[in-house]
Design a protein around this ligand. Structure first.
Ligand SMILES: Cc1cc2nc3c(=O)[nH]c(=O)nc-3n(C[C@H](O)[C@H](O)[C@H](O)COP(=O)(O)OP(=O)(O)OC[C@H]3O[C@@H](n4cnc5c(N)ncnc54)[C@H](O)[C@@H]3O)c2cc1C
Length: 380
């Protein structure tokens, strides 16, 4: 990391301790959107972290980006969701958009003036993305979109989304008939209801509804239709590094709180941290944290060199997200009855962690991707 990156990381650390950690519990339990934090995130430049400087972003490396994500996730998951889904949308446009599209949208994405996310999942298609039904029918001067998306992060407070649609529903193979569009809410495009969830509270996960939504041909990402599936999955490596970094943040937070509690809680005349059963848990938790950190670093460094890194990003995502789940459960056990109390943060980690095993490709799919890559890379 250069000195600029280090300065950014310490500014984020200060912001997290001063502004995020003190309000996380309140907003999470109230399931309220943190408007004030969003304004502060704009000031800090979080909406432009990975957008190139020529478009007004910070153009940070994946390694620095991952560290920032972990730092915020250690305190609270919701702000990470707000800026990350937005950055995945921006990355899709930056990688595949036309010069006009980039010039039009990226500077306003970077400041957070326009915020949004990624619209892939539908009620009947998540993992099997090629089964989506949202149709973009070509017209003389553009497209008409009909259908819906679900589970879309920033769905209510975001106004702009990179949306995957079928431009040729009969195409074989199916992916050749898929295209991505950059869609701003307006006549024919709105959000549905906010979805209720186990965790990841305060974030507006919602349905997106397209009802004869008309857009110009200039909103197709790229110059020709048929590349949307590759645009969507092409962004997953960075997305997976990001989810891994969130899992690490949770795993670290659980460890930190568990160690502190193990020092202060006494049973049978000594701190519970002096009982070997608790020590074994702490040792496993700490080992998971360090292993996750190294896997993420390895994937991020490879991503930054421009090399293919789906194996490494998949391993990092798989391991770090499971580490978040395992460490949050172990922290809950170490806290005994108080782990179950809403007065402590560990119950929140325990509710937030499983999402990391689902997002950016479920962990079942990560294992399949890792295995396929192993077989491919080792074939002669
Ligand atoms: C809080 C939250 C936020 C989200 N945010 C977004 C967002 O911003 N944008 C977006 O587009 N989506 C978002 N999603 C959707 C998420 O990406 C999907 O839920 C995820 O991809 C899984 O799809 P699914 O729920 O349809 O599960 P399914 O695809 O129905 O899978 C069900 C189960 O079957 C397994 N499975 C499926 N196919 C296979 C296979 N071939 N081999 C082995 N196992 C398989 C899966 O691993 C899973 O265990 C979000 C979801 C949640 C819960």
């Amino acid at each position: 990391m250069d000195s600029g990156d280090l300065d950014m990381l310490s500014a984020i650390e200060r912001w997290v301790e001063k502004e995020v950690r003190p309000v996380a519990k309140h907003f999470d339990h109230a399931d309220e959107y943190p408007f004030e934090l969003v304004e502060q995130m704009k000031e800090l430049g979080l909406f432009g972290l990975t957008i190139a400087p020529e478009y007004g972003g910070l153009g940070l490396s994946a390694s620095t980006y991952a560290r920032i994500v972990t730092t915020v996730a250690r305190a609270w998951m919701a702000p990470v969701g707000i800026f990350n889904s937005h950055l995945i949308m921006a990355a899709c446009l930056e990688r595949h958009g036309t010069p006009e599209q980039k010039a039009r949208f990226l500077p306003r994405f970077a400041t957070g003036e326009i915020r949004g996310g990624l619209g892939l999942t539908e009620p009947s298609a998540g993992t099997d993305l090629q089964a989506i039904r949202l149709v973009a029918r070509p017209t003389e001067d553009g497209y008409v979109l009909n259908g819906s998306k679900t589970w879309i992060t920033n769905g209510i407070h975001g106004t702009c989304f990179a949306v995957l649609a079928k431009t040729d529903p009969q195409a074989e193979p199916r992916h050749r008939g898929m295209s991505m569009f950059i869609c701003e809410k307006g006549d024919g495009f709105s959000h549905g209801k906010k979805l209720k969830k186990l965790g990841y509270k305060s974030i507006d996960s919602a349905e997106l509804v397209f009802d004869n939504f008309r857009i110009g041909a200039d909103r197709l990402i790229g110059v020709e239709p048929g590349h949307g599936f590759h645009h969507a999955v092409g962004g997953l490596a960075l997305g997976r590094i990001n989810v891994a970094a969130r899992g690490l943040g949770l795993a670290e937070a659980a460890l930190r709180d568990a160690v502190a509690y193990a020092r202060e809680r006494h049973t049978f005349g000594k701190p519970i941290g002096q009982h070997q059963a608790i020590q074994l848990k702490l040792a496993d938790m700490a080992t998971r944290v360090e292993a996750a950190r190294l896997l993420i670093e390895q994937a991020a460094v490879k991503y930054d060199t421009g090399e293919r890194c789906d194996l490494e990003a998949g391993m990092a995502k798989l391991f770090a997200s499971e580490a978040g789940v395992e460490n949050s459960l172990e922290a809950l056990r170490i806290f005994g009855g108080y782990g179950y109390s809403v007065d402590y943060d560990v119950e929140r980690y325990y509710r937030d962690a499983p999402l990391m095993c689902i997002g950016e490709g479920t962990n079942e799919m990560q294992r399949i991707i890792i295995a396929r890559q192993l077989l491919e890379r080792t074939s002669s």
